[in-house]
Design a protein around this ligand. Structure first.
Ligand SMILES: Cc1cc2nc3c(=O)[nH]c(=O)nc-3n(C[C@H](O)[C@H](O)[C@H](O)COP(=O)(O)O)c2cc1C
Length: 255
């Protein structure tokens, strides 16, 4: 079975049903084994929350065949968000992002509890990492460092967000986000969610894109600029929602 997010289609083997996510729900088109063209009897349109689970083709004799094919399928979330957090700030931000996109769109995963295989479930990924101890990687990310270097991100879109303290650690502001970026680009993902450096005061950061006045991802400072985070999150989520090519609803929050 092939699951489509958005409007793209691709060649299908016979008998392969397509689940096609749309703005208003999910449309299912069935293909018949003996014909190379689709039966093209779109079924009902269901709410996304029930997509793929309620669909029951009404095609007489072949109903059972298609029911078997349809029911094992579960629609997966569009985005996998992986975070590491020592004291909870990055974790809270992870769920604030999820609240904007919706829990059916973003799966939130603690990097302490995942394996490399979990990344294979998503072609759109968000990575969240704070910097600790003068330019060091957060402890759970550090333990996963060899594993993340071995994940194949080719063909995926990845957005990063980092947490740091620009006044307390201005010589190392968000360094870990820059280091994570440098590791994952080895396999050639498309990086989305670049973010301007304007509005921050710091001396040096490995998260800067050289010569571009941009960070590799969203910069958040819950220690010094907590009051700016909600608006930054709204803007950044809007930006990556477009860059990810999603047509799902997005909620702006004052959290
Ligand atoms: C001991 C200590 C070291 C830190 N080192 C850095 C640093 O080198 N660079 C930086 O940008 N922020 C640094 N920070 C700030 C943290 O990144 C920031 O508080 C972050 O929100 C923590 O995220 P967490 O709660 O998800 O672990 C440091 C904070 C502490 C307490």
């Amino acid at each position: 079975m092939i699951v489509h997010h958005g409007r793209k289609r691709q060649c299908l083997p016979a008998l392969a049903p397509v689940i096609w996510r749309t703005d208003i729900g999910t449309k299912i088109i069935l293909w018949q084994a003996t014909h190379s063209r689709p039966i093209h009897k779109p079924l009902k349109i269901y709410p996304q929350s029930n997509a793929g689970l309620l669909a029951r083709p009404n095609l007489g004799k072949i109903r059972a065949v298609f029911s078997i094919l349809l029911f094992p399928e579960v629609i997966v979330a569009h985005i996998g968000l992986f975070f590491g957090s020592d004291e909870g700030n990055t974790e809270r931000v992870a769920y604030r992002i999820q609240q904007r996109f919706g829990a059916d769109v973003v799966d939130v995963r603690d990097i302490a509890d995942v394996t490399q295989l979990d990344f294979a479930n998503y072609d759109k990924i968000i990575l969240g990492i704070p910097t600790w101890d003068f330019g060091q990687i957060q402890s759970d990310w550090e333990e996963f460092w060899d594993d993340i270097a071995a994940v194949d991100f080719s063909g995926k879109q990845v957005a990063l967000f980092g947490l740091g303290d620009q006044f307390g650690y201005g010589d190392y502001f968000l360094d870990a986000m820059g280091m994570l970026h440098d590791v994952i680009i080895q396999t050639g993902p498309e990086i989305v969610g670049h973010w301007p450096t304007e509005g921050y005061e710091y001396e040096a950061s490995k998260a800067e894109i050289p010569g571009a006045a941009m960070f590799v991802g969203l910069a958040l400072d819950e220690d010094q600029q907590e009051n700016l985070s909600a608006e930054r999150l709204n803007r950044w989520c809007t930006q990556i929602h477009i860059e990810f090519g999603l047509d799902t609803p997005l909620t702006m929050l004052d959290d």
